[in-house]
Design a protein around this ligand. Sequence first.
Ligand SMILES: *[C@@H]1O[C@H](CO)[C@@H](O)[C@H](O)[C@H]1NC(C)=O
Ligand SMILES: *[C@@H]1O[C@H](CO)[C@@H](O)[C@H](O)[C@H]1NC(C)=O
Ligand SMILES: *[C@@H]1O[C@H](CO)[C@@H](O)[C@H](O)[C@H]1NC(C)=O
Ligand SMILES: *[C@@H]1O[C@H](CO)[C@@H](O)[C@H](O)[C@H]1NC(C)=O
Ligand SMILES: *[C@@H]1O[C@H](CO)[C@@H](O)[C@H](O)[C@H]1NC(C)=O
Ligand SMILES: *[C@@H]1O[C@H](CO)[C@@H](O)[C@H](O)[C@H]1NC(C)=O
Ligand SMILES: *[C@@H]1O[C@H](CO)[C@@H](O)[C@H](O)[C@H]1NC(C)=O
Ligand SMILES: *[C@@H]1O[C@H](CO)[C@@H](O)[C@H](O)[C@H]1NC(C)=O
Ligand SMILES: *[C@@H]1O[C@H](CO)[C@@H](O)[C@H](O)[C@H]1NC(C)=O
Ligand SMILES: *[C@@H]1O[C@H](CO)[C@@H](O)[C@H](O)[C@H]1NC(C)=O
Ligand SMILES: *[C@@H]1O[C@H](CO)[C@@H](O)[C@H](O)[C@H]1NC(C)=O
Ligand SMILES: *[C@@H]1O[C@H](CO)[C@@H](O)[C@H](O)[C@H]1NC(C)=O
Length: 508
Amino acid sequence: MRFFIFLFAFVFSIITPGGGGLSNTTATEKEALRNIQKRWRITTWETLLSIDPCDRLKPWRRDGENAWINCSCDPNDNCSIIELSLGTNRFSGGIPSTVGSLTLLEQLYIDSSGLSGPLPIDLANMTSLKTLKLGDLSGADSNLSFLENMKSLFTLSLRNCQVADEIPPFLANFSNLTYLFLGNNALSDLFPSEVLTENKNLTTVDVSFNNISGSLSSSDLREELSMNYIGTSMNKQSDSQPFLKCIEMESSPCTSNNRSAVGSFSVNCGGKELSFSGIDFFSDTTPLGMADFYISSNHRWAVSSSQSFISKPNGSNFIVNTDEPMPKLYQTARISTRSLRYYVVGLQNGTYKVELLFAEIVMDDTPSWTGLGRRIFNIYIQNQLVEQDFNIIAEAKGSKTPYNKTYKITVANNILDIHLLWSGRGTCCIPAEGTYGPLVSAINVTGEDHSTPSPTSSSHNERRAGIIVGIAAGCAAAVIILSSIVYLWWKRIDLDHIQVRTNTAKQS
Ligand SMILES: *[C@@H]1O[C@H](CO)[C@@H](O)[C@H](O)[C@H]1NC(C)=O
Ligand SMILES: *[C@@H]1O[C@H](CO)[C@@H](O)[C@H](O)[C@H]1NC(C)=O
Ligand SMILES: *[C@@H]1O[C@H](CO)[C@@H](O)[C@H](O)[C@H]1NC(C)=O
Ligand SMILES: *[C@@H]1O[C@H](CO)[C@@H](O)[C@H](O)[C@H]1NC(C)=O
Ligand SMILES: *[C@@H]1O[C@H](CO)[C@@H](O)[C@H](O)[C@H]1NC(C)=O
Ligand SMILES: *[C@@H]1O[C@H](CO)[C@@H](O)[C@H](O)[C@H]1NC(C)=O
Ligand SMILES: *[C@@H]1O[C@H](CO)[C@@H](O)[C@H](O)[C@H]1NC(C)=O
Ligand SMILES: *[C@@H]1O[C@H](CO)[C@@H](O)[C@H](O)[C@H]1NC(C)=O
Ligand SMILES: *[C@@H]1O[C@H](CO)[C@@H](O)[C@H](O)[C@H]1NC(C)=O
Ligand SMILES: *[C@@H]1O[C@H](CO)[C@@H](O)[C@H](O)[C@H]1NC(C)=O
Ligand SMILES: *[C@@H]1O[C@H](CO)[C@@H](O)[C@H](O)[C@H]1NC(C)=O
Ligand SMILES: *[C@@H]1O[C@H](CO)[C@@H](O)[C@H](O)[C@H]1NC(C)=O
C-alpha cells in the first residue's frame, strides 16, 4: 500500500513541475490547435482558447486523453508542440489543413477515427515528422506528394487511406525510414526497388493489397527485412506467382491443371506437423516478421501477418507456446497485433466445415491484475464477418482452456480465406506490452459434400469486390467500437519510450 501512495505521489510530481502555467506557445500553433478543437469539438480542449496549450497542468497534455499533445519547452518556457495524437476518437470530416502549420511536430497520429480524405497538401510543411500514422480514411483519394520533404521519417504508416498513387521513389532518400506500412490502398505501378536497396535502416514494409507490381531479387530482400506484398502482383520466387495471383483474384485460376483439388486441410498454427485423431496437421513454424507472409512449399496454403504497431521492435516471431498440460495442438499458436490471415488454395468447390481451435496461452485468468487482460478480435471467413469481438477466455471460460469454433462455409473458387483481425478492442499490455490481437492454435477444414459444386456462384470480379467490402467493413467496425482505455494502451504501444504504469505496479 505504501508503495502505491509513493507511486501516486511520484506520478503527481511528474505532471506538476513547478506548478505549471508559465509556458508560452507560438500564436500559429495555438491557432492550429484551436482549429482542430473547433473542427472536432474536442471537449477536453475547450479551455485552449484561454490557457496556453503547453501548460503542464492541462489535461490535453496528459497521456491517456483521447486527444493528446506533448510539447518541447526551452529553459524560458517557450514551447512548441512536438506530438499530436488523435487516435480512436469518433471524428468525422477531413483533416484540417492548419495541422500543417505545426511545423515542429515530430509525431502525428490519427487513426481509426472515421475521417475522410483527401490528405491536405499542407501536411507537406511538417518536415520535422519522425512518425506519421494515419489510418482508415474514407472519401476522396489521396496522393503521396506531400511526403517529399519529410526526410526525417522513421515510421510511415498510411494504412487503408485510399491512397491512389505510385509508391514515390523519393522514399529511397529517407535514410532513417525503418517502418513503412502502406497496405490496403489503391497504390499502382512498379514498386521502386531502390526504396529497399537504399534504405539500410528499413526493416518492415507492408504494401499488401495494392495494385502494384515488380520483381524483387533476393538481394533486394535482405535478411533483416520483412516485407508483406500479398494481394499484389509482386513476386518473391517466380514459382509462387500463380499462388499470389490466385490470392489477388487476378486471372489465374486457384487450381492448377496438373494437380487435383483436395477436400480437406489442417494446420497446427505456430507448431510442428502433428497427427491428431488420425488427421495430419501441417507444420506452421516459419518465423514471420512485422509484415510478412509464408507460402507452404506445396503451394497449398499461405499465412499472411501484419503487425499493428512497433510493439516489439526487435520482434518475437509472433509465435507463442506453452508447456501447460493441454492437447499438443493447443500448446502453440500464431499471434498478430493486427491481421493474421490463412489462405488455402486448390480446394474442391463445395461446402466445408471450418473448425478453428483456440486456447488463450498468453493471458491468464487469475484474480490478480494480470488476469485483467482481454484479447478481442474479429473473424472473417470468405470475407464474411463470422465473429465480432471474439474473446477466447470468455468463450472457453478460462485461459489455458481449449475451445473450438465450427463454421459451415462455401468454397466456390477453390480458395478459402480465414482472416483474424484486431479491430482496436481489448487490452494492449497485460501481462506484457503488445499482448492483443488475433491468436489461433490450429485450423481443421473438412469437406462436407463435394458432389454439387456451384459453378455459377462467384466470378473473379465479384470476389475481388468481396475482399474490398470485407476490409472496409472491418475498418468501419474498428471506428465504432474504440474506447479511451484502448487509446491509452495504444498510445503506450506507439511510443516505445513510455513506461507502462501497470508494469511498474507488477514489480511491487
Ligand atoms: C510569451 O511571449 C510573448 C511574445 O513573445 C511575450 O510578450 C510574453 O511575455 C511571453 N510570456 C511568457 C510567460 O513567457
Ligand atoms: C514529451 O516530450 C518530451 C521531449 O520534449 C519527452 O522527453 C517526453 O518523454 C514526452 N512525453 C511523453 C509522455 O511522450
Ligand atoms: C522566450 O521567452 C522569453 C522570456 O519569457 C521571451 O522574452 C522571448 O520573447 C521568448 N522567445 C520567443 C522566440 O518566443
Ligand atoms: C504550408 O506552406 C505553404 C508554402 O510555404 C504555405 O503557403 C501554406 O500556408 C503553409 N500551410 C500552413 C497550414 O501553414
Ligand atoms: C495531390 O493531392 C493534393 C491534395 O488533395 C492536390 O492538391 C494535388 O493536386 C495532388 N497532386 C497530384 C499530382 O495529383
Ligand atoms: C536520422 O536519425 C539520426 C539519429 O537519430 C539523426 O541524427 C539524423 O538527423 C536523422 N536524419 C534525418 C534525415 O532526419
Ligand atoms: C535522392 O537525393 C539525391 C540528392 O539530393 C538526388 O540526386 C536523388 O535524385 C534523390 N533520389 C530520389 C530517388 O529521389
Ligand atoms: C540508420 O542507420 C545508420 C547507419 O546504420 C545509423 O547511424 C542511424 O542511427 C540509423 N537511424 C536510426 C533512426 O536508427
Ligand atoms: C492494376 O494495374 C494495371 C497496370 O499496372 C492496370 O492495367 C489494371 O487495370 C489495374 N487493376 C485495377 C483493378 O486497378
Ligand atoms: C476435424 O474436423 C472434422 C470434421 O468436423 C472432424 O471429424 C475431425 O475430428 C476433426 N479432427 C481434428 C483432429 O480436429
Ligand atoms: C476440439 O477439437 C478437437 C479436434 O477435433 C477435439 O479433439 C476436441 O475434443 C474439441 N474440443 C472441444 C472443447 O470441443
Ligand atoms: C470452382 O468454381 C470456379 C468458379 O465457379 C470454377 O472456375 C472452377 O473451375 C471450379 N473448380 C473446380 C475444380 O471445379
